[in-house]
Design a protein around this ligand. Structure first.
Ligand code: FAD
Length: 379
């Protein structure tokens, strides 16, 4: 599908593929096993401009388009889905809302450090009782004089342990529910901002997932992101782009599963023949390929729509649903093709399987993606 890409996009993809092969592939398995955040890789990624790919140079970004960003996340996730989500959560969920909804002053003061990777970002929407129903947020922001006082706790925050800057959603008018939520930019250095429980997970173990607590955490009025009481819209529009980052992560996992399965099927012999000679194996590979290519095209389409400023919420949900299900399918079949060895830590396919699962859950579960798609059909 290279022919769908511009020369600039192809160059970006090849540059990131080379970086991922040389620097990520050799350490990904061990980093996952030890649950180690890949700081050196993120530093190198930042040097290559990968922490702010789709943002203008005037704000410190690489000045490329969203398709280039999508391709980069997929190439990174081909070797390490943890690194993929670290880059994706930082870019799609922290830099993007500042770029889209921030004032000129906010963009100038936060984006250069985020795009250069000097600072990390995170996105704090989920709470213990507000997951799929994100509008049920209990975190509050109260205006005292000319400052907002934030109280509450956010859960399952990607990059929570490393982030210097958080995009936080809090209720500024609780009775108004989703129409009373406001987005804030909050630095980790603010008194009252603390990191709580660190989660131990099934997969993407090199990325951190933490609770973040706000206790009488005070920020100036200038830290409101977007309009007062319009934060739920900021969250939902941000998640549309975020879902394409997750779709790209899932595509990387699916491709890794296919490539490893093809290699193994050609090498492994049973009944005096490579198992690739058996039709049952060939059919699995064909089905994996078909789901991957379909998901790739859906993700490409939604990314192109985003680049062209065409509304793309339903298309992003469709792409995320297809890509995450393709990742799960491909990883499961890759283990099947590896037989018993696929179930051991000797091969990477068990890691792909564990990593694939989260793509069906975060930034909107597959059930929520189906709701978005159906609502668009029935409107
Ligand atoms: C590793 C990890 C990283 C994460 N990173 C972030 C992050 O950076 N920032 C952030 O804000 N959040 C983050 N999350 C939170 C994530 O987005 C939520 O876990 C997710 O949206 C689901 O919410 P929940 O876990 O509360 O599940 P619930 O909403 O309780 O859902 C439980 C089940 O019920 C189903 N369900 C719920 N409502 C409906 C409905 N209306 N119709 C049909 N089925 C429904 C769900 O699909 C699911 O199967 C992360 C989560 C994980 C595990």
């Amino acid at each position: 599908m290279e022919y769908l890409l511009t020369q600039e996009q192809r160059m970006m993809k090849e540059m990131v593929a080379q970086f991922a092969r040389e620097h990520i592939a050799p350490v990904a398995r061990n980093n996952q096993k030890e649950g180690r955040f890949p700081s050196e890789i993120i530093t190198r990624a930042a040097e290559l401009g990968l922490m702010g790919i789709a943002y203008p140079a005037e704000y410190g970004g690489a000045g490329m388009d969203f398709i280039s960003y999508m391709l980069a996340v997929a190439e990174i996730s081909r070797y390490c889905a943890s690194t993929g989500v670290i880059v994706s959560a930082h870019s799609s969920l922290a830099v993007d809302p500042i770029y889209r909804f921030g004032t000129e002053e906010q963009k100038k003061s936060y984006m250069p450090d985020l795009c250069s990777g000097k600072k990390m970002g995170c996105f704090c929407l989920t709470e213990s009782a507000a997951g799929s129903d994100a509008g049920a947020t209990k975190t509050t922001a109260t205006l005292v004089g000319d400052r907002w006082v934030i109280n509450g706790s956010k859960q399952f925050i990607t990059n929570g342990n490393e982030a210097d800057i958080a995009i936080v959603f809090a209720s500024t008018n609780p009775p108004a529910k989703t129409k009373g939520i406001t987005a804030f930019i909050i630095e980790r250095s603010r008194p009252g901002y603390t990191i709580g429980k660190i989660e131990h997970k099934l997969g993407i173990k090199s990325s951190s997932t933490t609770e973040i607590r706000f206790e009488e955490c005070t920020v100036p009025a200038s830290h409101v992101l977007g309009e007062l009481n319009r934060g739920f819209k900021v969250a939902m529009l941000t998640l549309d782009g975020g879902r394409l980052g997750i779709a790209a992560q899932a595509l990387g996992i699916a491709r890794a599963s296919i490539e490893d399965a093809v290699k193994y099927a050609k090498e492994r012999k049973q009944f005096d023949r490579p198992i690739a000679d058996f039709e049952a194996i060939q059919w699995m590979l064909a089905d994996m390929h078909t789901r991957y290519e379909s998901a790739w095209l859906l993700t490409y389409r939604a990314s192109l729509m985003k680049d062209r400023n065409i509304p793309y919420s339903a298309e992003a949900a469709t792409a995320k649903l297809a890509a995450s299900e393709a990742a799960m399918f491909c990883a499961s079949k890759a283990i099947q093709i590896h037989g018993g060895y696929g179930y051991t830590e000797e091969f990477d396919v068990e890691r792909y399987y564990r990593d694939a699962k989260i793509t069906e859950i975060y930034e909107g579960t597959s059930e929520i993606m189906r709701l978005v798609i159906a609502a668009n059909l029935l409107k």
